[in-house]
Ligand binder design. Sequence first.
Ligand code: NAD
Length: 354
Amino acid sequence: MLNFQYQSLPWNIIFGAGCLKHLPVELEVLGFSRPLVLSTSGQVKNAQSIVELLATNGVGLFDGARMHVPAVVVEDAAIIAKKLNADCTVSIGGGSTTGLGKALALRHNIPYIAIPTTYAGSEMTNIWGITEKGRKVTGRDNKVLPRLIIYDPELTMSLPASVVGPSGLNAMAQAVVNIATDNLNPIVTSMAIEAVRNISAYLPKIITDPMNIEARSKVLLGASLAGAALGTGTTSLHHKLCHTFGGTFNTPHAETHAVLLAHCVAYNASATKEGTHKVAQAMNVADAALGIYDLAKAVGAPTTLKEIGIEYDDLGKAVSVAMEMSMVNPEPVTAERLRQLLENAYYGHMPKAF
Ligand code: NAD
């Protein structure tokens, strides 16, 4: 029997190769005239091209965005925005830069436009994160949703294979946990299935043919839909484990998703039979967990905790940190089974059901 609740988020999206050129007009439509462009130091070239595009009405560039959104960076950017009398920000880059746009919206009421260039999908969620005094605090607030998202696949052409693979698996995770669940929501799940179809079919094509704009477009679309699923859906063991490793051992964000996803899907397989079957169907494989494991290998993403800096002796601490977190998960989580899951992921063995 169908029985569900769904609340949408107010997304406003422009998608298409070359559509960045619409930014000046769209800013006018939104009533903004003094945008401050945000980027990381690594993406300053792309950011400068936006400053040039906004030559007549841009106010400047802040290229200090950093991974995990340190509070001190948020305040530095806010000081500059105020000094320049900016009425909005334009973030160009991956989840790190989007995260700064969100934090400025949350803490300083500065609206923002997101121009994502990785597959993090953060721009579609109302989830924010700010790192302060060594701790990353996260929450949900619709205030952090961008006023406009511009997806221009041409801006992702420079994304190297070393980022494409893990970032694609990060997007897969957001979608998969909203299909392989015991609480299927038909609207969230339909977006998530479409995300999995696009990402699993086209991510390997980017690796073998990096200049394939169609493949880049399909994966960017998949990432957007995956973010939409996460933004209006749920998380479970997988995201708690990624949070455990990122927060306690500072492992790289997308790579941590790439290593753990297949194992978490296998862990929940018997409690989420219908959903796990839908993931496999969308990927066109016989087994969802194995399909994800093979996809990670095919795109050169890491598949062992060792590769992302975890020592064997860290596993015990990871289990106790994860067990202390409150989590809702289809399959009951015990310390003993979690340990087995992490041993598997540490060595990169094939994912196995328990
Ligand atoms: P990132 O923003 O640090 O980008 C990853 C790498 O891609 C960087 O080296 C960057 O320089 C490079 N890059 C980006 N655009 C490029 C381009 N056009 N060409 C070449 N290289 C490019 O990392 P990410 O994986 O995109 O995002 C991770 C962050 O996002 C984490 O802090 C994570 O917590 C957050 N996140 C938040 C949500 C949410 O819903 N709030 C969702 C996913 C991720």
